[in-house]
Design a protein around this ligand. Structure first.
Ligand SMILES: NC(=O)c1ccc[n+]([C@@H]2O[C@H](COP(=O)([O-])OP(=O)(O)OC[C@H]3O[C@@H](n4cnc5c(N)ncnc54)[C@H](O)[C@@H]3O)[C@@H](O)[C@H]2O)c1
Length: 368
């Protein structure tokens, strides 16, 4: 299978994203790694991924002329914190890395965010390779340079924007991903389709059976489309200052509030985002922005990809709205990304709280 390559054009911080099967297997599907500053680095991964892919990745790096030592952290969002970060700094230091060393992040968004932050800050920044292993990380978190750790009073409150030197999305990794994690990834994939419009929506509609069977070509095409969309927003607003990159938060303001309300236990991120998408869609229809047919098509797509669509019946809607007001990305007013049509997102900065309350209540029942 051939691989896809696209460039994230950010002047001196530009980099390639490679997508395909066998990209991290010696000799299988060779790609040109960028010229790194040095030949020595660390591979940061977790206890779940290490037994599956660490050896393969280290052999692949060695075949390309790079020496690496592993750093293995515990698995879980609860470890995306300063304690583990300190451990990373210590182990990077003990492995003898200098300013010309590199960090290779082998994992999902948690490993990617932690390793990315460590690479961005160790000796004021060393080379970073992102090797995302979840659908969510391949289509989203490994691209765009955002990284960070959680604080005890909030998620992702500390971090930087620091671009990797290369992102390599090896589709082979997806074969071992637990089913629930795949569906979480699809939440983000459908988000991209709603942002991008007809072409990508049609692709997801038509290729659904192949994507579910994890056909490598279809998964790679899906990942390529998402990566293109994300890269395009990143290039136009690298540091998230212009409100352009903000549209990537479609479904996320409500999603984050739901996650927080259930203390990150009941709903996974992608599931909360899918419910947030339904609410944003319904609000867009209620405000006469989105047509009924566009709304129906979007709902069918969410259904097709097996995503949860209902606000939990026991959710306290007023508390949800309160949490939305406090979302770090939401600003002072009640603001959300809405759709003027499929493929036409915008930031609505003055959401009527009453209308939102009504919409959230409606989303506790199946919406038609
Ligand atoms: N930096 C960004 O732009 C950005 C964007 C979105 C999300 N995020 C962050 O990403 C994180 C969520 O990422 P995620 O959904 O990838 O979760 P994750 O990193 O926790 O991975 C999910 C689970 O799947 C396991 N896993 C990963 N790859 C596997 C594989 N190939 N085979 C078997 N098991 C595998 C992991 O060990 C973990 O248990 C959150 O911390 C979120 O804040 C960051």
């Amino acid at each position: 299978m051939t691989s896809h390559r696209l460039t994230v054009s950010l002047e001196s911080r530009s980099y390639s994203i490679y997508i395909g099967s066998g990209l991290t297997k010696v000799g299988a599907n060779p790609i040109a790694l960028p010229q790194l500053r040095g030949k020595k680095g660390v591979v940061i991964t977790n206890t779940t991924i290490a037994p599956l892919y660490l050896e393969r990745v280290q052999e692949w790096l060695a075949a390309a002329g790079y020496e690496s030592s592993p750093i293995i952290i515990p698995d879980g969002e609860e470890y995306k914190n300063h304690e583990i970060l300190q451990r990373l700094y210590r182990e990077i230091f003990e492995s003898g890395l200098q300013r010309n060393g590199f960090v290779c992040a082998l994992g999902g968004g948690v490993v990617g965010d932690l390793a990315g932050y460590a690479a961005a800050t160790y000796m004021r920044g060393i080379d970073l390779i992102q090797l995302p292993t979840t659908i969510l990380a391949q289509v989203d978190s490994a691209i765009g340079g955002k990284n960070g750790v959680n604080l005890e009073f909030g998620k992702n409150l500390v971090g930087t924007t620091y671009q990797p030197r290369v992102v390599i999305s090896d589709i082979d990794f997806i074969a071992t991903l637990p089913e629930r994690e795949s569906f979480c990834g699809f939440g983000e994939v459908v988000k991209y389709a709603l942002l991008a419009g007809d072409d990508f929506i049609s692709f997801l509609e038509m290729n659904h059976p192949e994507i579910m069977k994890q056909d490598p070509r279809s998964l790679a095409s899906m990942t390529l489309s998402c990566s293109r969309i994300k890269a395009d927003y990143v290039v136009r607003d690298e540091y998230d200052l212009l409100g352009v990159r903000a549209v990537l938060n479609l479904g996320h303001t409500i999603g984050h509030a739901l996650e927080k309300m259930y203390a990150y236990q009941q709903l996974a991120h992608g599931e909360a985002v899918a419910i947030g998408l339904v609410c944003a869609l319904l609000l867009s229809v209620t405000m006469n922005l989105l047509t009924e047919s566009g709304f129906q098509r979007a709902l069918q797509l969410l259904k097709l990809y097996g995503l949860p669509m209902l606000v939990p019946a026991d959710a306290n809607v007023d508390e949800l709205i309160d949490l939305m007001r406090r979302d770090k990305k939401a600003g002072r007013n009640l603001s959300m990304i809405l759709l003027r049509g499929l493929g036409d997102p915008y930031l609505e900065e003055n959401i009527d709280a009453g209308l939102l309350r009504e919409t959230l209540e409606k989303c506790k029942q199946p919406v038609h």
